[in-house]
Write a protein that binds this ligand. Sequence first.
Ligand SMILES: [Zn+2]
Ligand SMILES: [Zn+2]
Length: 253
Amino acid sequence: MSLIWPVQIPPLKDELLSSWLVRASLAHGCDPMSLTSAVWPTWRAWTVDIDRTLDETRLQSLCGSSGLSIDELRNMTLFHHLDGKILLIGKKSSSLPWVIAMGSRNRQHKMGVPYCPGCLRMDEPYFRWQWRLAWHTYCPLHHHELIECCPSCNMPVQYHRVSAQTPHIGICFHCGYDLSSAVSARVEAMQTDFQKLASNVFWHRGSRLGRQADIIPRLVFIGQTFTQSHPTRGIQRTKGTLAFRGFYPGHWN
Ligand SMILES: [Zn+2]
Ligand SMILES: [Zn+2]
């Protein structure tokens, strides 16, 4: 049985499970791997994409250590947010379409968690679950593009690799750059349209979509329409980002 943490760390609004775990680690003066090894001694939590889902047994262990309820913990997983919307209800969480894959190998990730420097500058820095969605390329609050790498060393953002001495989660694990200081490009009006429309498809019409396949042609149509109608630099950049993230397999014309 694992020990109960002396410090209780409440999840912040829209926070990812991984972000909360890392903040909890730093609050206890240890690195993320030490914390998760204490909770799950036989599981190397950071070798997988922990934000996707946690099974009941692992949730129970984390519940016992953290003092949070099972529901509070489950609410930080991507599966919780996406089930019944872009997933079929009851479908397994092993494949989450439209979620940026981290490309995990051991504890190293090929892809970083995208972030908005403006959001990291607000109160305590943390990472939001919406930033993991493939079609989210800008922050609607600050109207700036999300950034995927550290501007100083160009490494993907992998906050689960920070050391115990790191002052907060918004510090690059590799070079120590404060990611909240990054400057991101302001989005153009047309660039925001795709994200708004894609969000509308998923969040407001998702419940009556009968099959996953229904969503794909709709989004492809939206994407093609925008890239044809608005061949601006912003749209081209969005298109490139989405293709890079595996959102669309490549051939928008
Ligand atoms: Zn923001
Ligand atoms: Zn860096």
